[in-house]
Design a binder for this molecule. Sequence first.
Ligand code: ADP
Ligand code: MG
Length: 448
Amino acid sequence: MSVQDTQDAWDQFLKYVKNHCSAAAFGNWLAPIKVLESTDDGIRLEVPNVFVKEYLLSNYKKDLKLFLAVNTAGEPLIEFVIAAPEKKSLVNPPVQNELHLGAQNADAHEVKLNENYRFETFIEGPTNMFVKSAAIGVATRPGQSYNLLFIHGGVGLGKTHILHSIGHYVKDHHKKLRVQCITTEAFINDLVDSLRNKSVDKMKRFYRSDVDVLLVDDIQFLQNRLNFEEEFCHTFETLINQKKQIVITSDKPPSQLKLSERLIARMEWGLVAHVGMPDLETRVAILQHKAHQKGLEIPNNVAFFIAEHIYNNVRQLEGAVNRLCAHCKLLDLNITEELVEKTLREMLQQAPNKKISVEQILKSVAAVFQVRVSDLKGATRTKDIALPRQVAMYLAYKMINESLQMLGASFGKTHSTILHACKTIEKKVATNDVLRRQIGMVERNIAA
Ligand code: ADP
Ligand code: MG
């Protein structure tokens, strides 16, 4: 291939892609690529960051092979060059007092790491083992294993605990590395402040060149904050390009966040780890651990009793221990199941007159059966959705004083579908202990 041919081939490729992807995707991913050199045997491309390279290769490798020359192994002959970070910081290394100001500015919103949130105090079980070992991996070799760790999971399941554990570990073991822990809100506040003080450049420089490990809590708050999203994205790319470490927590996986395609793609590029609700045994272990920290010993049967009743939030489990602890100390009582029941009644209570809605039932069923409410409302007929959906209908009929017609309408189904679900579940419950227990959990959860 001649030099001109190579350049032409690249142009052809771009034209082809333009017709095969959205304008936004093209603008984000393909447009920023620059041809540095095209020679007889290949092309040298400058990409703004490693994501663009990954994107190109993972989405268009097959096409690249068609348009461009390939080597003996059949791989397209492309050499990638990552663009240098912003010129400013290269040409003018930030002067000392500016840096200081920047740091001060950031300090204002920095989160102090919670002393109790350490790896040693994070009890692991099947649902959080993966995330814990990923976090330990990142903490022992910041910036080396995965530049980006994305932790997601429901409320009160230990995301912040793990994030701070990483911070502590790095501070203890890599004294030279600069750790910055922020909440997304704080990051936004920082930006707003520095916009007001006209010190945006300082702030940007701080986050982009004065931090080795950036810990960002609750990225979901970036949703619907368009202006800030872009700034975050830049910071993020700069740090990744410098092989720094970023850890992000979120209440949803990247794909479910309402953020730009570009930012989502960056986050998915990292190691994505889910933290789930601990199973019964792990909940008991957490409970015992928290009680022990407070100088309280809880008998096993009591611990199981509590852990069986509180199953969707570790923070609540902790609340139960605290309440129990206060109660026992105050009255100098021994912990028995009876006392637990009495003390925790409010938490575990069946509220007799509360009006229950279909939405509540759907939420509880979704939590216990680990499916999405939207799936329950949808039309999927796979078994793992159909069964919980029938459970929801059955419970709605049992717990809500409404006609079959009315209930059918709230599910978008006919009255006979509801009736059929009730019969099916009743039959199953008679012989299936697991299902009976699950339904019991849903009922208690709704009443709580
Ligand atoms: P999230 O950030 O996911 O909402 P947190 O990290 O704030 O949750 O955790 C809530 C509480 O539960 C914290 O006090 C934390 O220490 C505790 N916790 C959660 N998971 C565990 C665990 N596996 N072992 C010990 N404590 C835990
Ligand atoms: Mg949190």
